[in-house]
Structures are given as C-alpha cells and as structure tokens.
Design a protein around this ligand. Structure first.
Ligand code: F6R
Length: 234
C-alpha cells in the first residue's frame, strides 16, 4: 500500500485526480466511482480539467434502496451533480435502488462488472472501517448484495438528510470481492474521525471486522489522506 499524506483536502483531491488522469491517459476505460463527502475535491478537479471522458464507463459502488434517481439524496443524483452533468461519460452505472427483484439485480451487477473489469476503483472509508457499504462482519468474498445499514452508518449519513428517520435502512452495494478484483484502487480519507479506521486498515490484522483491512492483500492500492486522518499511523 502506498500512503500519500497531503496538507488538506484540496491538495489530496489534486493528487487523486492526477492518478486518475494518468491512468486514463495510459488506457484505463472503466472506473469504479464513489459518493460521500470524501471524493468532492477529486470531482471538483475533474470537472475543472479538460479531460475527455466520452470514452469512459463508470460503475458506482452503491445506492440506497428505495430512492429514485432524481431524489437529491440518491447516489445517482450525487454523481450527476458532481461529475456526469459536467463531464459526460460514454456509459454510467449506479445500482438501481428501485429494483423490484434485488437479488436478480445484484447478479446482473456482478455480471456487468465481469464484462467491464474495473481499471481504477475509488473508495472512501467509514469510521468503522467499511468500504462501500460493506459493513463490519461482511464476508470478504461477497459480490453485489443488499445490506442493512448499521446504526453507526445511519447516524453518520443522517447529516445529508432533514431527519434521521429519512435515512434509508438498506442499500445495494458492490461487494468486497468486486472491489478486490479492480486492477488499481485509490482510497481517500480526511479528518481525525477517520484516523482510527485508517490505522486499522493499514496496520491492523486482516479481519472481516474491519472490511478495509482486506486492501492489505491488493497489489496496487494508493491511500491519500490528510494529516488528521494519518495521525494514528505509526
Ligand atoms: C460511498 C461509499 C461509502 C463512503 C464512506 C465515507 O459511495 O461507498 O463507503 O465512502 O461512508 O463517506 P464520507 O466520504 O461521506 O465520509
């Protein structure tokens, strides 16, 4: 794992964008993308760049169950607003939170990823060490699945909703197995509240109780953090 410590989120966003830009110039065509507050500076750099994305495919990590794509809290909406509206891609995929048969949809999403292997996967990390919505205890070998969100994650995500009751209780998530199959992974994390998760991911034992710890086994992971998120690393 390569760890890059940047002064602040803005610098980190620039560094992350440089990695994506180089990979794309070197031929990457399929990108795994994430939502949340962490990737915002990366997407800001992306939309301000002159990078042509018309030949790229993106596959997002996750989506809440029950939210329409036009719901401002949905991850579809987030991706349109922060990246795709300004930078049209050839094809973009975000899990369908309204799928009537979720297990069948999850199989289709796994097939989609098999047919379009991810060249570079972007990740954030939860305070409890989750990646995507793979919560502590999720088997490492799982594919796309529906996940009941933990109280910890519901509380953390309630900041984006008017009421905590409005936070969906489950999500569709690309499993850890799909993340690990990506050729290259870039994980970003900012702030003191992520410091313990970063320490466990980098220095702790590999355990399903810390989903991100599996990344120690991936051959090409770059972690971009600010000083606060790096503060517990030895
Ligand atoms: C988002 C995702 C989540 C977030 C994580 C951190 O697509 O998969 O795992 O990356 O919850 O969220 P933020 O960036 O809001 O701190």
């Amino acid at each position: 794992m390569e760890i890059i410590v940047k002064e602040n989120e803005l610098q980190a966003g620039k560094a992350a964008f440089a990695i994506f830009e180089k990979a794309i110039k070197d031929g990457a065509k399929v990108l795994g993308l994430a939502t949340g507050s962490t990737p915002l500076t990366l997407y800001q750099n992306w939309v301000e760049s002159d990078l042509d994305c018309s030949d790229l495919t993106s596959i997002n990590l996750d989506e809440y169950v029950g939210l329409k794509p036009e719901d401002p809290q949905s991850y579809h909406y987030f991706m349109q607003k922060h990246l795709f509206d300004q930078k049209p891609f050839k094809k973009t995929y975000v899990p369908d939170g309204l799928a009537s048969d979720i297990p069948a949809f999850c199989q289709e999403y796994d097939q989609l990823i098999k047919d379009n292997p991810i060249d570079v996967q972007l990740l954030g990390i939860g305070r409890n060490g989750h990646i995507a919505f793979n919560e502590p205890g999720t088997p490492f070998d799982i594919g796309t699945h529906e996940v009941k969100l933990t109280e910890n994650t519901i509380n953390a995500n309630s900041r984006f909703f008017d009421n905590i009751e409005d936070v969906p209780k489950s999500a569709i998530c690309m499993g850890t197995a799909n993340i690990m199959a990506s050729k290259k992974i870039v994980l970003m994390a900012f702030g003191e509240q992520k410091a313990h998760a970063i320490k466990m991911m980098v220095e702790g034992p590999i355990t399903e109780e810390v989903p991100a710890s599996i990344l120690q086994k991936h051959p090409d992971v770059t972690v971009i953090v600010d000083e606060a998120a790096a503060s517990e690393l030895t």
